[in-house]
Ligand binder design. Structure first.
Ligand SMILES: Cc1cc2nc3c(=O)[nH]c(=O)nc-3n(C[C@H](O)[C@H](O)[C@H](O)COP(=O)(O)OP(=O)(O)OC[C@H]3O[C@@H](n4cnc5c(N)ncnc54)[C@H](O)[C@@H]3O)c2cc1C
Ligand code: SF4
Ligand code: SF4
Ligand code: SF4
Length: 380
C-alpha cells in the first residue's frame, strides 16, 4: 500500500488507525503539528480496509437541515463552563441519564487533546469547551463500536471530519449512534500551540497548570482565554487578540486539509450541528453565551426535544449570513507556508515576522507612516 489518501486532504480523523486489525497504523504529529497516520509496512497485509474507511476516498452523503434554532442551556453553571450556549452538555446529560455513553475532546495535563469516553455526568466537564487544536481519536472508534454492539446509545461530539470517519467505520449494530459536530473553522497547529504556551510561561516565569481556550471569566463576547500558572497566578486575554488565537482565526496556522474542507457546507454529516451565536444578543446572552443549533435528522430532533434548553426557531439562511463556514472553508493565509518553513527559528521570530495580532501591526504601520511624513516635512 502506497498511501491511504492524498496527504494534503487527510484530516487526521483516525478512522484508518481504528480499522487496522494489524495495528500497522498509529496516529502521530507531523512537523507542522497536525495529527497524521504513520504507517508501518512491516505489519501491513494489504487488506485495503484503511483505504475503504477513509472519508477522503469515500465521502459521506450530507443531510439537508430540517430546522434551526438559536438558544442555550437552562443551567447557568453549565453555560459559564461552555464555549457558547452549553447545548452540548445538555445533549450529553440526556444520553447519560438514559444509560448511554458520551465521547468528546479532552485537553489533558500535557496540553494534548484526545477523545475520551464519559459515563458519569460528574465527569462531563472534562470534554466541555472548544479546544482549537486537533484531537486524537486513536482506538476510540473501536470502543464506540463495542458499546453499540452491546445495544447502548452513544453520543459522539467532534469535528465534522471525525464524524465522517466514525460513520464510515461503524457497522450496523443494535445500539444507537447520535452525532453532534460544529460549524468548523479548522484546527490549529499543536506545535505552535505548545510554543505559544511556553512563550507565556517564560513571561510569567512559571509553568502553565491549566489553559481554557474559551472561558467566561469576564463574559462571552470578549472571548477570554484563561491561563492558570503553577505559582497560582492567572492571566486572561481576548483569545482572538493573542498571537496564537489571531493566527488561528486568520488561517495562518491551520491544517492544510481544512482549506479544502468538504464539510464547510449547509448539508451536514451529523445529526446536530452547534455553533457560536454572537449577533443580536441580549445582556444575559452577552454574559453567558448563546448557540446556533442546526438539526439535520429526526434522531437529532428527538434528542433536542428531550434536552433542558431554551431555543427559538431561526432561518438557516440567517445563520449562513454570519457563519461563512456553512458555505466555504477558511482560506490559508499568504503567510501560512512561511510560518511553517521558519518554525525552527522559534516562536518570537515567527510572531514578530508573521503572526503579530492586527492591533500592534496597525499601530506599527501608523507610527511608520507618521515617521515617514515627519522626515518628508523636515526635508522640505
Ligand atoms: C476546532 C473548532 C473549530 C470551531 N469553529 C467554529 C466556527 O468556525 N464557528 C462557530 O460558530 N463555532 C465553531 N466552533 C464551535 C464552538 O466553539 C462551540 O464549541 C460550539 O458552539 C458548541 O458550544 P457548546 O457551548 O454547546 O458546547 P461546548 O461545551 O463548548 O462543547 C464543545 C464540544 O466540542 C467538542 N470539541 C472541543 N474541541 C474539540 C476538538 N479539538 N476536536 C473535536 N471536538 C472538539 C467537545 O468534545 C465538546 O463536546 C469550533 C469548535 C472547535 C473545537
Ligand atoms: S482515514 Fe482519516 S486519518 Fe486516515 S488517511 Fe483518511 S482522512 Fe487521514
Ligand atoms: S492495508 Fe490493512 S493491514 Fe495494511 S495498514 Fe491498511 S488496514 Fe492495516
Ligand atoms: S475544517 Fe473540515 S477538515 Fe478541518 S477540522 Fe474542521 S471539519 Fe475537519
Amino acid at each position: 500500500m502506497e498511501q491511504i489518501c492524498d496527504k494534503n486532504k487527510c484530516t487526521g480523523c483516525g478512522a484508518c488507525q481504528n480499522i487496522c486489525k494489524r495495528n500497522a497504523i498509529k496516529m502521530d504529529f507531523n512537523k507542522e503539528g497536525f495529527i497524521i497516520p504513520i504507517f508501518d509496512p512491516s505489519k501491513c497485509v494489504d487488506c485495503q480496509q484503511c483505504i475503504r474507511v477513509c472519508p477522503v476516498n469515500h465521502p459521506r452523503e450530507l443531510n439537508e437541515p430540517i430546522t434551526a434554532y438559536k438558544g442555550s442551556s437552562n443551567n447557568v453553571e453549565i453555560k459559564k463552563q461552555s464555549s457558547s450556549g452549553g447545548i452540548f452538555s445538555e445533549l450529553a446529560k440526556v444520553v447519560l441519564s438514559e444509560g448511554g455513553s458520551v465521547f468528546g475532546a479532552y485537553l489533558d495535563d500535557t496540553l494534548s487533546v484526545r477523545h475520551i469516553m464519559i459515563e458519569d455526568e460528574q465527569d462531563l466537564g472534562k470534554i466541555r469547551g472548544s479546544k482549537y487544536i486537533g484531537s486524537d481519536t486513536s482506538n476510540v472508534f473501536r470502543l464506540i463500536q463495542a458499546k453499540l454492539n452491546e445495544g447502548e446509545t452513544v453520543l459522539f461530539s467532534g469535528t465534522p471530519c471525525q464524524v465522517a470517519g466514525l460513520k464510515n467505520y461503524v457497522n450496523n449494530s443494535i445500539g444507537t449512534l447520535i452525532t453532534t459536530d460544529f460549524i468548523c473553522h479548522g484546527v490549529g497547529s499543536k506545535t505552535l500551540f505548545t510554543m505559544y504556551i511556553e512563550h507565556e510561561e517564560k513571561k510569567i516565569n512559571s509553568k502553565v497548570e491549566t489553559f481554557v481556550f474559551r472561558s467566561k471569566i469576564k463574559n462571552y463576547t470578549d472571548f477570554p482565554c484563561l491561563f492558570t500558572f503553577n505559582n497560582a497566578k492567572t492571566k486572561t486575554y481576548n483569545f482572538y487578540k493573542t498571537s496564537f488565537g489571531n493566527a488561528f482565526s486568520t488561517g495562518k496556522i491551520n491544517r492544510i486539509s481544512c482549506s479544502t474542507c468538504q464539510y464547510a457546507n449547509k448539508g451536514r454529516v451529523s445529526d446536530i450541528t452547534l455553533a457560536d451565536c454572537i449577533h443580536n444578543l441580549n445582556m444575559t446572552e452577552k454574559k453567558l453565551g448563546c448557540s446556533f443549533v442546526i438539526i439535520s435528522t429526526e434522531l437529532g430532533k428527538s434528542l433536542i426535544d428531550k434536552s433542558d434548553i431554551s431555543i427559538n426557531p431561526i432561518n438557516i439562511e440567517e445563520i449562513s449570513k454570519v457563519q461563512s463556514h456553512l458555505s466555504k472553508p477558511q482560506s490559508p493565509h499568504e503567510y501560512r507556508s512561511l510560518i511553517f518553513q521558519n518554525i525552527d527559528e522559534g516562536y518570537e521570530y515567527i510572531v514578530n515576522k508573521y503572526m503579530a495580532p492586527p492591533k500592534k501591526s496597525i499601530i506599527k504601520s501608523l507610527k511608520e507612516r507618521f515617521r515617514y511624513a515627519k522626515s518628508k516635512f523636515y526635508k522640505s
